[in-house]
Design a protein around this ligand. Structure first.
Ligand SMILES: C[S@@+](CC[C@H](N)C(=O)[O-])C[C@H]1O[C@@H](n2cnc3c(N)ncnc32)[C@H](O)[C@@H]1O
Length: 263
């Protein structure tokens, strides 16, 4: 299905499971916001961000995501990297530790997260800049970065906003790396949700985890979003049933492209 030819309202209605989603998969989605999306519930939001930082360390995701990012800049002597939706900044701290010359711009759309990151080690690191930035409208010039990373965050955005991340991320960076949760086949998805649901009312991190799982885009949805943003964007999708999905997006023939995300 060619999403480039679709109107904005049509991409907005695309199921999270993608244009070819099954009936059951179409039911496994929600518009309910996470605590992380709330403008008012600061305490729960903080609890979720801190839990994300801890679990990223415990289960090795921070290191795994840093390895993926490092591989993408392996051939660049002094890489200039943008982290979008950094939340707690754990990934950027790891990249600064591992790479002796990388420059990091560490950002999030949420003011309280930006303030917390700026008050920590990233705020004084000589190779880091912490600032507020919206991944949907990136305040940076074309090709300013070698790599832009958006980890565990794309599912927070509606389809048309997510398409703009593809357009904007590939405009400001040579490579856009999006990492997000896997979207398992529907029966497996249901089983996973059933194990999480009892704890969702009690534990903010699990509450947001259930909603994240329902809002995560499938591989076919990710391809449709990139195509809608700009057919010149080439995507390489990796990841499995149980591991996070990894999307590498780059612009092919930039001259010939007419990005939807920039109309
Ligand atoms: C689940 S957290 C992920 C934090 C961190 N990247 C990680 O991997 O643990 C999602 C983050 O995306 C941020 N976010 C949501 N919408 C955004 C947008 N439009 N632009 C930038 N960041 C956004 C939220 O504020 C939040 O910090």
């Amino acid at each position: 299905m060619d999403y480039m030819t679709r109107a904005p309202a049509e991409i907005e209605r695309m199921p999270r499971g993608g244009p070819d989603a099954s009936c059951l998969d179409r039911l496994l989605q929600t518009d309910r916001p996470e605590y992380l999306d709330s403008a008012s519930d600061g305490a729960r939001k903080r609890a979720v961000i801190e839990a994300l930082e801890r679990t990223g360390e415990w289960f090795g995701n921070t290191a795994r995501f840093a390895e993926i990012a490092m591989a993408e800049v392996a051939d660049v002597p002094d890489p200039v990297i943008l982290e979008l939706g950094a939340g707690h900044g754990g990934l950027s701290r790891r990249l600064l530790d591992w790479h002796p010359t990388a420059q990091l711009t560490v950002t999030d759309v949420d003011d309280s997260s930006v303030a917390a990151m700026a008050a920590g080690e990233l705020g004084t690191h000589p190779r880091a800049t912490v600032r507020r930035m919206d991944a949907v409208a990136i305040d940076a010039g074309d090709r300013e970065f070698d790599l832009a990373v958006f980890a565990l965050s794309l599912h927070h955005l509606s389809p048309s906003a997510a398409a703009r991340v593809f357009a904007e991320g590939t405009r400001v960076a040579s490579t856009l790396l999006i990492i997000d949760l896997p979207r398992p086949p529907s029966l497996l998805h249901l089983a996973r949700l059933a194990t999480m649901l009892p704890l969702a009312p009690l534990v903010p991190f699990v509450h947001d985890g259930v909603i994240s799982s329902l809002r995560t885009y499938s591989p076919s949805a990710l391809r449709a979003l990139a195509e809608y943003a700009d057919p010149a964007i080439e995507v390489d999708l990796r990841g499995g049933l149980f591991s996070p999905q990894v999307v590498l997006a780059r612009r092919g023939d930039a001259e010939a492209s007419r990005p939807n995300g920039q109309r």
